[in-house]
Design a protein around this ligand. Structure first.
Ligand code: ADP
Length: 200
């Protein structure tokens, strides 16, 4: 519940001005996909590429947020909703600061991603679907989590005993079976260039 005595305080400096000194258009690049689909890997490589283009960025990453800001949240449906809600709000503040924000969270529920997208101006939220088949994610299993989930040692694991709802019309659709990390970074950069996001 929001206290009715609390009102949004308008800042003297606006998003536009904060972005102007950074020579960029702020936006949120929201990666979604199964665990081990490649969200973090691609987002990290993309952030490096944006840095080389002299863009000011910040990467919000699932595990890091769960180790700090959201450390009390579990993987229950209810806490997953709260996890994504907070990340959306943090993303919004960082975009307001004039940054290009990359976020790498499974964010399995369509409704949650929609709630986050509704926090943003139409052109500042870009949904990127990292569409890797479950079988390949499970084969990669870089953290051994699928193995644990199959043994019943982890409950509510997305793709195993918790659902993943694929985006219906993502801004960018990436595949990682056959397309390399570099291919996917290029694809995102091309999209951003075509839409004029990277011009000053
Ligand atoms: P997520 O953030 O979605 O949980 P990660 O990026 O942590 O996934 O893990 C993906 C794993 O898949 C990494 O070990 C990465 O090296 C590997 N991988 C293999 N091919 C690709 C690719 N084309 N794109 C992204 N990751 C890939």
């Amino acid at each position: 519940m929001i206290d009715k005595n609390i009102v949004w305080h308008e800042h003297k400096l606006t998003t536009k001005e904060r972005a102007f000194v950074k020579n960029q258009k702020p936006l949120l690049l929201w990666f979604t996909g199964l665990s081990a689909s490649g969200k973090s890997t691609i987002a990290n490589a993309l952030e490096l590429e944006l840095y080389n283009l002299k863009k000011h960025t910040y990467l919000l990453d699932g595990d890091n947020i769960r180790l700090g800001l959201n450390k009390e949240l579990t993987f229950s449906d209810e806490d997953r909703v709260e996890n994504i809600r907070r990340i959306g709000e943090v993303g919004k503040l960082f975009v307001d600061a004039g940054l290009i924000v990359l976020s790498a969270f499974i964010s399995p529920f369509r409704s949650d991603r929609e709630i986050v997208s509704n926090l943003f101006e139409k052109d500042t939220f870009i949904e990127i679907f990292v569409d890797t088949p479950l079988a390949l994610c499970e084969k990669r299993d870089p953290k051994g989590l699928y193995e644990k989930a199959r043994k019943g040692e982890i409950a509510n694991f997305t793709g195993i005993d918790s659902p993943y709802e694929s985006p219906l019309s993502p801004s960018i659709h990436l595949k990682t079976d056959g397309e390399s990390i570099e291919d996917n970074v290029r694809k995102v950069i091309s999209y951003l260039e075509e839409k004029g996001y990277l011009s000053d």
